[in-house]
Design a protein around this ligand. Structure first.
Ligand code: KIV
Length: 275
């Protein structure tokens, strides 16, 4: 088993990890997942991917602030000693810095999370600065932006052509300068992620980006093979749990139908025979 993380890190500690030991993180949504992952992660993200992974939505656009708050509370309960960052979902921060502050303040007050993540670069820089100056640690998110899937033309690698690459580069520099404590770089060509990592002052957390990033993040259900709807190139399955779960459900069905489950040992008021 790998080394366990020993003390709770705060966003400022994550920021200070730039260029040092790679930062480890998972995106997850439930208390049991958080309990299992916490010892191996420097921070936990409650990602709005919850909409697709747990709720079967075909994008993250239908995720509400209330959903994020409930999952944020669950993750905090499962991992009370971990640094927890919660995604602000689509429609809860883009209109103005004030709207973002109201949403972020609700998330922080109701879940006890240590920071929020928002998607976007140059267009969100003023908002990042507004939040950071008012005591809300912000993680940025550049490159492939799942909340902008309708303008981006689907889930595809970004930065292949030079104009898109320079836009993403500018986005990263703007978020860095605005005062984010870290930024996710998602789904961009490797060379661009490497360049951004070299140029920004804060840690980059890659997903479909580059081994040169200061840290990596995966969706926990992807990493253990529980989310089987699709598997992007950047996902590595560190376990394949879906077949075992399916086998268990099939065994349960057989035993119920054969009346071998429940056995007497699973029933109340029945004396156990001495073994
Ligand atoms: O929503 C999410 O889980 C994320 C991570 C994949 C970075 O944004």
């Amino acid at each position: 088993m790998s080394e366990k993380a020993s003390k709770r890190l705060m966003p400022s500690d994550i920021r200070a990890m730039k260029g040092k030991t790679p930062i480890v993180s998972l995106s997850l949504y439930t208390a049991p997942q958080a309990r299992l992952a916490a010892p191996y992660c420097d921070f936990l993200l409650v990602g709005d991917s919850v909409g697709m992974v747990l709720y079967g939505m075909d994008s993250t656009l239908g995720v509400s602030l209330d959903m994020m708050i409930e999952h944020g509370k669950a993750v905090r309960r499962g991992a009370p000693g971990s640094c927890v960052i919660v995604d602000l979902p689509f429609g809860t921060y883009e209109a103005s810095p004030e709207q973002a502050f109201a949403s972020a303040a609700r998330v922080m007050a109701e879940t006890g999370a240590h920071g929020v993540k928002i998607e976007g670069g140059v267009a969100m820089a003023a908002t990042v600065e507004f939040l950071a100056r008012r005591g809300i640690p912000v993680m940025g998110h550049v490159g492939l932006l799942p909340q902008a899937v309708n303008v981006a033309g689907g889930f595809r690698a970004h930065g292949r052509d030079s104009s898109e690459a320079s836009r993403i580069h500018e986005d990263a520099l703007a978020i860095d300068e605005a005062g984010a404590f870290a930024m996710v770089i998602e789904g961009v060509v490797e060379e661009l992620a490497r360049r951004i990592t070299k140029e920004v002052n804060v840690p980059t957390i890659g997903i479909g980006a580059s081994p040169a990033c200061d840290g990596q993040i995966l969706v926990a259900d992807d990493a253990v093979g529980l989310f089987a709807a699709f598997k992007p190139r950047f996902v590595k399955r560190f376990a394949e749990l879906s077949p075992s779960v399916e086998t268990a459900f099939a065994a349960y069905q057989s035993e119920v139908q054969a009346r071998t489950f429940p056995a007497m040992e699973h029933c109340f008021g029945v004396k156990q025979s001495a073994t």
